[in-house]
Design a protein. Sequence first.
Length: 236
Amino acid sequence: MSNERLNQFHNLHQGESCVIVCNGPSLNRMDLRFLRQHTVIGLNKIHLGLEQFGFEPTYLVAVNPKVVEQARDAIAALPAIRFIGARAAGHLEEGLRTFHVPILAPPVTFSTDICTGLREGGTVTHAALQIAYYMGFSKVVIIGMDHRFTYHGAPHEAHVMEGPDPNHFSPEYFRGQVWDNPDLARSEASYKVAREVYEAAGRQIVDATLDGACPVFEKADYRTVFGLPRDHGIRE
């Protein structure tokens, strides 16, 4: 992995806005075609919904080795520029559009220089926020971060998803595959650090998830944020 390759992204989008699209079921209730007009950072297995959603991400971030191994071919086929965490690097080699990013351990909680690495923080969204910061985005809008999960066992335990996946926009997301239980408390702790870093730099993170449950970020109606009409389709 060459730091020089990552350095090309430093402040590439200085002063611009982007959208981080998480993978919650709320995406299925939204008409997402408006995202064609925005710079989008997709996460993990977003490829499973792109035909339905009608947009293509500019960037893709994945750090969990299980996710990258399961979706290696689909991720590699995306036209998006792909940032892959070093723990998952063995499942997808570097290439013209694929970049490996080092992973940092405590005491680092948020990295402003991805050439030195980033902190996973228990959630790929936190990794994406660090990448967005490094690229210079002054405003990040998050959608699809429902922050609700149905699972059994303790946080971080690995389980095979029996039957359709209730926690993501696609029932096939982890169906029959191993996934790691979420740790919402750790995620929220990471998000609080991200918000502090952004605000200290005069930047903004807005959570425009439809009925999102995360208590950390400033909330907003996605239709207001993106200048969409009030009757813009929301499916019940």
